[in-house]
Write a protein that binds this ligand. Structure first.
Ligand code: ATR
Length: 279
C-alpha cells in the first residue's frame, strides 16, 4: 500500500495541492497518494485528525481555517512554526505523535528569490497586512537581510505588535510598522508583498502611486485565473515593475512539505508551469 497524505481545510474542493503533490510524486518516483479532505470549520479539529492518523495517514498539509488549530494540536513544533504561530505541515511520527512545521515563509522566499530570481537582500520591503498570513512569512523574509521591512495594516496597532514580536530577528533590517493610511509619506519600495485578505474580497487597496520602484516587484500572496486587484494596481501605477501572484508560493511551500515527508526535493519551477496551465 502506498503511503497516504492529505490536505485538510474547509473549503477544500478547489485545492490545487492534490495536483501539485501528484506531479511531485511522478517527478521524483515516489509511491504515494495524496487527497483533499474537508474538515468542517465548525467541527473540533483534534478528533477529526486523530481519526485520520488512526487510518494510517503519514502527513498532512493544513490550510484555511485550521492552521492555528494544527499549531495547537502538534506534539512538537519546528521553531519556525512556533514563530509563525501557525502550522501548514504535519508529519506523523512512528509513535503516532505529530510534528508541526510551517513552510509558507520559505515557500514565499524561494518563489521570490529563486523562481522569480529577485533577490531581497539589502532591498526595501513593504508588507501589506498583519494577519496570520503575514506572521507566517516574516521570519524567513527577515532572514534574507532586507535593509528595511515595513509592515502596513488597515489596523495600525496590529502591524506594530507584529513588528515588536519580530524585532529580535531584525538585526540589520530597519523593521517598522504603521497604518495603510500612512504610506503616503514613505519612500519607494523595491518589493511590495500583499498579504491582506482584500484580494479575496476582490477589493483593491487604496495605495499611493509612488510606492513601487520601476525595477521593483509587486507580489500578491493570493492567486487566481486573472490578475488580482493588487496586481492590477501595480500594473497601472508602475508598468515597468515585475508582478507575480501567489501560485509559486503555493507550489514552493508544497515542495518544502514534500521534502519533509519524503526526503527528496521536487523541482518547483517545472511544477509551477504545469499547475499554471491547469488553472
Ligand atoms: P489571514 O490569517 O489570512 O492573514 P486575518 O488574520 O483575518 O487573515 O488577516 C487579514 C488581513 O487582511 C488583516 O491584515 C486585515 O486587516 P485588519 O487587521 O485591519 O483587519 C486585512 N484586510 C482584510 N480585508 C481588508 C480590506 N478590505 N482592506 C485592507 N485590509 C484588509
Amino acid at each position: 500500500m502506498p503511503d497516504c497524505y492529505a490536505v485538510v481545510g474547509d473549503p477544500i474542493a478547489h485545492s490545487k495541492s492534490p495536483l501539485i503533490h501528484r506531479l511531485f510524486a511522478e517527478q521524483t518516483g515516489q509511491d504515494m497518494v495524496y487527497e483533499a479532505i474537508r474538515i468542517d470549520r465548525a467541527a473540533p479539529f483534534a478528533p477529526a485528525m486523530g481519526a485520520l492518523v488512526q487510518q494510517g495517514y503519514r502527513g498532512f498539509n493544513v490550510t484555511v481555517p485550521h492552521k492555528l488549530a494544527a499549531h495547537e494540536l502538534a506534539d512538537t513544533l519546528a521553531p519556525r512554526a512556533r514563530r509563525a504561530g501557525a502550522v501548514n505541515t504535519l508529519m506523523v511520527n512512528a509513535d503516532g505523535t505529530l510534528t508541526g512545521d510551517n513552510t509558507d515563509g520559505v515557500g514565499l522566499v524561494q518563489d521570490i528569490t529563486e523562481l522569480a530570481d529577485f533577490p531581497v537582500a539589502d532591498r526595501r520591503l513593504l508588507i501589506l497586512g498583519a494577519g496570520g498570513a503575514v506572521q507566517g512569512v516574516l521570519e524567513p523574509l527577515l532572514a534574507q537581510g532586507p535593509v528595511a521591512l515595513h509592515i502596513a495594516n488597515r489596523t495600525a496597532d496590529k502591524a506594530q505588535r507584529l513588528a515588536e514580536a519580530f524585532s529580535d530577528l531584525a538585526a540589520g533590517t530597519h523593521l517598522t510598522a504603521g497604518g495603510l493610511d500612512e504610506l503616503e509619506r514613505l519612500d519607494t519600495f523595491d518589493v511590495i508583498i500583499n498579504g491582506t485578505a482584500a484580494s479575496l474580497q476582490g477589493e483593491a487597496l487604496d495605495l499611493p502611486a509612488h510606492l513601487l520602484a520601476p525595477d521593483g516587484l509587486a507580489y500578491d500572496m493570493m492567486y487566481g485565473k486573472v490578475p488580482t486587484p493588487f496586481l492590477r494596481w501595480a500594473e497601472r501605477v508602475q508598468p515597468a515593475a515585475a508582478r507575480r501572484d501567489g501560485l509559486g508560493m503555493l507550489v514552493c511551500q508544497a515542495a518544502a512539505a514534500f521534502e519533509i515527508w519524503r526526503g527528496v526535493r521536487p523541482d518547483a519551477a517545472t511544477t509551477l508551469e504545469q499547475v499554471r496551465q491547469q488553472l
